[in-house]
Design a protein around this ligand. Sequence first.
Ligand SMILES: Cc1cc2nc3c(=O)[nH]c(=O)nc-3n(C[C@H](O)[C@H](O)[C@H](O)COP(=O)(O)OP(=O)(O)OC[C@H]3O[C@@H](n4cnc5c(N)ncnc54)[C@H](O)[C@@H]3O)c2cc1C
Length: 390
Amino acid sequence: MRARTQVGIVGAGPAGLVLAHLLRQAGVSSVVLESRSREYVESRVRAGLIENRTVELLDRHGLADRLRERGMPHLGTELRSFGRRLRIPYGEGADGRAMVVYPQQDLVADLIRLWLDGGGELHFEVEDVSLAGLDGGRPVISYRYGGGVSREVECDLVAGCDGSHGVCRGHVPEGAMTELSQDIPIAWLGVLARIGPSTDEIIYSLHEHGFAGHMLRTSEVSRFYLQVRPGEPLEEWPDDRIWAELQARLQSPGWTLAEGPIFQKNVADMRSVVVEPMRWRSLFLLGDAAHIVPPTGAKGMNLAIGDAGVLAAAIAEWCAGGDARQLDEYSDACLTRVWRAQEFSLWMTALVHRMSDDPHQRRLQRARFDSLMASPAARRTFAESYAGLN
Ligand SMILES: Cc1cc2nc3c(=O)[nH]c(=O)nc-3n(C[C@H](O)[C@H](O)[C@H](O)COP(=O)(O)OP(=O)(O)OC[C@H]3O[C@@H](n4cnc5c(N)ncnc54)[C@H](O)[C@@H]3O)c2cc1C
């Protein structure tokens, strides 16, 4: 079976789904292919903090109703470092514009529902996705679904939105893209607990034992992170040890951390990776398929959706008038923001984690925190970068 569409989208994460919606609104057809089940992608726990410009983009395209209704506005972040506390309101650089706390899986579920309700084509649990004809002629995506039915989709362009372990990038010939990366020698143990937040705003805390984070999700569920070694076995972290470490690392006089049943935990290694350029011939890479940021700065999903906004506009222009200028500029247009997010995320990672036992490095780390304490300009710069205001 061979179908025909204008844009073949591989991956139904935030990048692929937002791209599909924006293209449909511009009158461009697409088919979305996803290797996991609908239940899986709608319950996969990841990001939770959405920048104001991402909310505005979703709003402009009528994709943010549920997010506006259920998301929690978020106006500041608290940093704790060896007993000192510093609240940084985004108002110092944000003109009062809020970020929104809304679980990534809920946004994905909203986007899927709206896409299918509007008659969009999306195949879950596809297997053996393979690309051909990217280099001239018409690209064809072949795959199997529904218990082994082979299918092909012929398209004008392919959007590789298949995340950091996807297959699209593997179809680019060696040497046509460059991967620039930096190893980060730490990982996050992420925990979901059935307990309301003990704070109104996100807390990043540096302690002698390492980083701990108290993130927000909903009024009944909170997300916590602990700095651990890369590849740390989960068996080493029974619930009582997790709570003891969170209590120790987040402690602050006059503040108490409420505990509740832990119902999910995982360890995620940290990486900083950028693939350049983000396009090869008819293949465009978006989101985690092209770049991974350490999660400290909460940028990954925002960058993925930002890429979708840039590519959708370029494809719409190309389809409307045949002008390929924006398509040619797609990679450069995205990479400026991507590199700035990498820089900020690495800086912030170094600010709040125990990166080294070297006393010289640790004094420098303390000096970074001192600068934030002392300087409104430094706090304003932080707020601009964190809340994604420039
Ligand atoms: C612990 C953690 C916390 C995070 N916190 C934040 C945060 O607060 N804010 C933020 O902005 N970001 C955060 N991120 C990052 C964010 O989750 C990712 O950057 C985001 O999911 C990227 O979206 P994407 O659409 O590019 O990729 P993905 O969400 O990974 O979607 C890719 C999709 O492609 C599918 N796929 C893969 N291979 C194939 C194939 N061969 N065929 C078809 N489909 C395929 C996958 O199943 C998946 O559904 C966090 C990440 C982690 C791990």
